[in-house]
Design a protein around this ligand. Structure first.
Ligand code: ZN
Ligand code: ZN
Ligand code: FE
Length: 755
C-alpha cells in the first residue's frame, strides 16, 4: 500500500473539481481525501502505485470542462504506509498565506440547470438564479480566496435546509456550489419604475419587464457583470429612442437571441461562429447580419455585421422565452464604465430607462461582455472580459512580480505572479470620468485577491498616460521601472501568447502610439522580442492636421493624405462639395497641415480613405470610419502601393493609391475602390514583411494592433503570407487591439527582471 500526496494547481476551485476527484477515486478503488487550499487542491491517495498512476492520467484526461489543470506536484510519497483511511473524503478548505489558486471566470448556465428550471415539478422551477458546480457566477461575485461562500457576495443569503443538504453532499451536483440558492433562500427578482417603486416581484417581474419591452420601452436589466439596457430589437422607435437617450448615434448595439435557431434568423453563421456562440464563455459574436431579418436598421448603422449573443444566465433565458430577440447593450452613460450596483443604477440610469429589472445578488467586480470576431475559421477577441477573465496566461517559469499599466483608450493592466500572467478585463477609456475609478477598483481587487505585492512597474513610453499614474498610486516606490514602446508591447504580447521566445518581424498596425522619436507611430514594421526591438520600417508619414481632432473628423486625414500625394487642388475641389466645411477652410487647413505633427498611423490612413470615398466625414466612435469602409467593400482588385527602401528603412508608400482614388472616384463605385484599397494595402504589407523577414532570416510575421480587427485585411494578409512562405503569428487568446499592450509590457518586465 502506497500513500501519495499531490498539489494540483490551475482553475480547480468552483468548477466541480473535488466531486470529480471523489468520483474518480471510487471508480479506481482508491481511498484518501481531497481539499481546497489557497495554493490549489490537495489530493491524498492510498493504493497500489499502478492505480494511482492510472488515476492521475484520468484526472488530466477527464477533467471537468470549466476546470484547467496547470500543474500536478508530488508533495509526499510513502511506500509502505500504514493505517490507510477506509474511504475517500472531501475535507474542509484550509486558509493559507500563499495564493496560487486560479479563480474561474463566470460560466453560462448549464443544460442540467436549464432542464430543472423548465421542470414544473422541480423546486427551482423558473427560478432566475439557479446554478450548480458547473455553472453560474464566479469572478463577478468572489470577494476573497479561498473560493468559499463566506468570501462571495452570496454570504448574505443563508442556505435553507434543502440547499445546504445539496451543498454538503459529495454525490450531489451542487456539492460546494458556492452560489447555490433556491426561491426560498436565495436572491430575488423585482421590477420597479424609474423612481424605484416596485411594480412586480419574482415570476411576475419577468412578465412585467417583457410586457414593457414589447410595448417599446427601454429597461435596465441587472445581469452577471453589470447592467444591460434592453429594448425590442425589431422596434425602430425603441432603438432610435435608446440611441438618443444614450447619446450614441452610431456605435453598434449588441443583441441577445433566444437560441441558435433564432440567431440563424438574424445572422449568417459560420461553423466557427456557432461554436463561439454556444461556448460556455458566451461572448458577443460579431456575425454577418442577415438581410430581411426584420431587425431594426438602427442597430448597426452603415455596417453589415451584428453582435449576437445567447442567454447566459437563467434570468436571460426566462426573459428570452417571452421575446426572441432583444437589444442588450452595456448600461452606462456614453463612454463611462458599465453600471453594476442597484443604487448606482437607480441614480445614474433613470434618465435612460423606463423601468428596471433588479435582483439583490451583489456584483463584486464589474465586467463587460466579451466580444469575439470571426474571420473564416478563426476567431479572435475584440474585447476580453466576462467568461474569460481572470484566466491567466502561463509563463515559462516562476518569475518576478511585475505590474504593467497598459494603454489608455482600451485599457487593461497585467500582473505577473509566480508562474502566471493575469491580464485584467477590458476597462475602457481612462479619460472618461468613471474609467479611472474602474481601473483602480479592478487593480486593487486583483492585487488583494491573489495577495500580490508587485515589485516592478512597466508602463508606456508616453509620458502622460493616466494608466501609468494610476499604477503609481498602488506602487509608489517600485524596485525598478521600465518604459515600453507601444508597438513593441504589441509585438511582445503576440509572441508571448503564441509561446515564441525568438525575435520575429512585426507588422503592427493601429491607431496611435508614442514612438521612440516622440512621433506618433501606428504603421510599423518591427523586429524584436520581449527584450528589445528595432524599427525596420513604417508607412510613409503624413500630417495629422488638428491633432486629436483628426480622430473625430476623418476628412482632415483625407485632406492630408491628398496634400501629401501632390493633390492640393483636387483636395480643395473635393472639400468644396462637403457641406459641413466653411468656404474658406482651405486657408486654415494649409496652416494646420504646416503646423501638424507627423504620423505613420495605419488607422488614420483608413480614416482618411474612408472620408475620401465619401463614407464618413466625422465619426462618433473610435474605429467607425474603417469599419464602414470595410463593410462597403465589394469585389476584389488592388490599388497601386509601392514598397521602397530608403536609408535602410522599408517604407510602404500609399501615395500612388491616393492618386488612383482621385482618378477613379466617380468612375467606379466607392465599394469597389474600397476593396481595391484593402487588396493593394495587403499586397504591399506582404511585400514589406517578406523583405523584412528576408533581411532578418526569419519566416515569422507577427500581426498585432487594432487595424487587424479588419477581417478583410486580415484574410487578405493571411493569403499574402501563404503565398510568400511567411508564417503569420496572430492573436487568439488576447485581443489584437490595445487591450494586449499591458500583456506585452508585463512580458518585457518579466524578461528584464527575471534573470
Ligand atoms: Zn448548472
Ligand atoms: Zn434554498
Ligand atoms: Fe495599439
Amino acid at each position: 500500500m502506497e500513500k501519495a500526496r499531490f498539489l494540483i494547481g490551475g482553475v480547480v476551485q468552483g468548477v466541480g473539481f473535488r466531486p470529480f476527484c471523489a468520483r474518480l477515486a471510487i471508480e479506481e478503488k482508491l481511498n484518501g481525501s481531497v481539499r481546497n487550499t489557497s495554493s490549489g487542491v490537495e489530493l491524498e491517495l492510498w493504493g497500489e502505485r499502478v492505480q494511482i498512476d492510472c488515476y492521475l492520467r484520468r484526472l488530466e484526461r477527464e477533467c471537468p470542462t470549466a476546470a484547467y489543470i496547470q500543474s500536478v506536484n508530488l508533495l509526499e510519497r510513502q511506500e509502505n504506509a500504514s493505517s490507510p483511511p477506509d474511504s475517500f473524503r472531501i475535507l474542509k478548505s484550509e486558509e493559507q498565506s500563499i495564493r496560487r489558486v486560479l479563480i474561474p471566470p463566470d460560466i453560462a448556465t448549464c443544460e442540467s440547470c436549464l432542464e430543472e428550471m423548465r421542470d414544473p415539478s422541480d423546486r427551482r422551477y423558473r427560478y432566475p438564479f439557479i446554478n450548480c458546480t458547473l455553472c453560474g457566477p464566479r469572478f463577478s461575485i468572489i470577494q476573497d480566496l479561498p473560493y468559499d461562500r463566506p468570501n462571495t457576495t452570496m454570504s448574505t443569503f443563508s442556505m435553507c435546509g434543502k440547499c445546504s443538504a445539496e451543498y454538503l453532499d459529495p454525490s450531489n451536483r451542487r456539492y460546494h456550489a458556492q452560489p447555490n440558492a433556491c426561491p426560498l433562500c436565495g436572491p430575488r427578482l423585482w421590477a420597479c419604475d424609474r423612481r424605484g417603486t416596485t411594480l412586480a416581484e419574482g415570476e411576475d417581474a419577468i412578465q412585467v419587464a417583457a410586457g414593457l419591452i414589447f410595448e417599446g420601452r427601454i429597461l435596465a436589466v441587472k445581469g452577471l457583470g453589470g447592467f444591460h439596457l434592453a429594448c425590442d430589437a425589431r422596434n425602430d422607435e425603441a432603438v432610435g429612442e435608446l440611441r438618443i437617450r444614450k447619446r450614441r448615434s452610431h456605435r453598434p448595439f449588441a443583441i441577445m437571441v433566444r437560441d441558435l435557431e433564432a440567431a440563424e434568423k438574424v445572422a449568417v453563421l459560420t461553423e466557427k461562429g456557432r461554436d463561439c456562440l454556444i461556448s460556455s464563455r458566451r461572448p458577443i459574436v460579431l456575425c454577418q447580419a442577415r438581410a430581411g431579418s426584420g431587425l431594426s436598421s438602427l442597430l448597426s448603422p452603415g455596417l453589415d455585421s451584428i453582435g449576437v449573443m445567447l442567454p447566459y444566465t437563467p434570468l436571460h433565458h426566462l426573459l428570452l422565452e417571452e421575446l426572441d430577440v432583444l437589444v442588450m447593450t452595456s448600461a452606462n452613460q456614453s463612454e463611462e464604465p458599465i453600471v453594476a450596483d442597484n443604487e448606482e443604477a437607480l441614480k445614474n440610469l433613470s434618465s435612460l430607462v423606463d423601468a428596471f429589472l433588479l435582483h439583490d445578488r451583489k456584483i463584486c467586480m464589474r465586467i463587460d461582455d466579451s466580444v469575439v470576431s470571426v474571420a473564416g475559421n478563426r476567431a479572435f477577441y475584440v474585447r476580453r472580459a466576462r467568461g474569460v477573465v481572470p484566466q491567466p496566461l502561463f509563463l515559462p517559469k516562476s518569475g518576478p512580480s511585475v505590474l504593467a499599466a497598459g494603454g489608455e483608450m482600451k485599457s487593461t493592466f497585467s500582473i505577473t505572479h509566480e508562474g502566471a500572467l493575469f491580464p485584467s478585463q477590458y476597462l475602457g477609456d481612462l479619460k472618461s470620468l468613471g474609467g479611472a475609478t474602474l481601473y483602480r477598483e479592478a487593480l486593487k481587487h486583483f492585487l488583494s485577491l491573489y495577495a500580490i505585492k508587485p515589485e516592478f512597474l512597466v508602463h508606456d513610453l508616453h509620458p502622460l498616460y493616466l494608466s501609468t499614474r494610476l499604477c503609481r498610486e498602488v506602487l509608489p516606490n517600485p524596485g525598478g521601472t521600465l518604459a515600453v514602446q507601444h508597438h513593441h508591447a504589441h509585438l511582445a504580447a503576440c509572441l508571448f501568447e503564441n509561446g515564441i521566445d525568438e525575435p520575429a518581424v512585426g507588422l503592427i498596425l493601429d491607431g496611435t502610439g508614442y514612438g521612440t522619436d516622440g512621433g506618433i507611430w501606428g504603421g510599423e514594421i518591427l523586429w524584436g522580442d520581449a527584450s528589445g526591438f528595432e524599427r525596420l520600417g513604417h508607412l510613409v508619414p503624413f500630417t495629422l492636421p488638428g491633432g486629436e481632432r483628426a480622430i473625430w473628423e476623418p476628412w482632415r486625414c483625407g485632406m492630408s493624405l491628398a496634400y501629401a500625394s501632390g493633390l492640393q487642388e483636387e483636395a480643395k475641389e473635393w472639400a468644396k462639395r462637403k457641406s459641413t466645411l466653411s468656404p474658406d477652410f482651405a486657408r486654415f487647413f494649409e496652416v494646420s497641415i504646416a503646423a501638424g505633427v507627423q504620423t505613420t498611423s495605419c488607422g488614420r490612413l483608413f480614416d482618411g480613405v474612408s472620408a475620401l470615398l465619401g463614407f464618413v466625414e466625422s465619426v462618433t466612435f473610435d474605429g467607425q470610419a474603417p469599419m464602414v469602409l470595410e463593410a462597403a467593400a465589394r469585389g476584389s482588385g488592388s490599388l497601386p502601393f509601392s514598397v521602397v527602401e530608403s536609408d535602410g528603412k522599408i517604407l510602404v508608400d500609399w501615395r500612388p493609391a491616393i492618386r488612383e482614388i482621385f482618378a477613379e472616384k466617380g468612375r467606379k463605385s466607392a465599394g469597389s475602390i474600397s476593396a481595391a484599397f484593402h487588396g493593394g494595402l495587403a499586397r504591399a504589407l506582404g511585400e514589406a514583411a517578406a523583405l523584412a523577414a528576408e533581411r532578418k532570416g526569419t519566416r515569422r510575421v507577427v500581426l498585432s494592433g487594432g487595424v487587424w480587427q479588419n477581417r478583410r485585411l486580415f484574410s487578405l494578409m493571411m493569403g499574402e503570407a501563404r503565398r510568400r512562405g511567411l508564417i503569420p503569428v496572430i492573436h487568439t487568446l488576447l485581443s489584437p487591439n490595445d487591450e494586449c499592450v499591458s500583456v506585452g509590457q508585463a512580458v518585457a518586465g518579466y524578461r528584464k527582471w527575471g534573470k
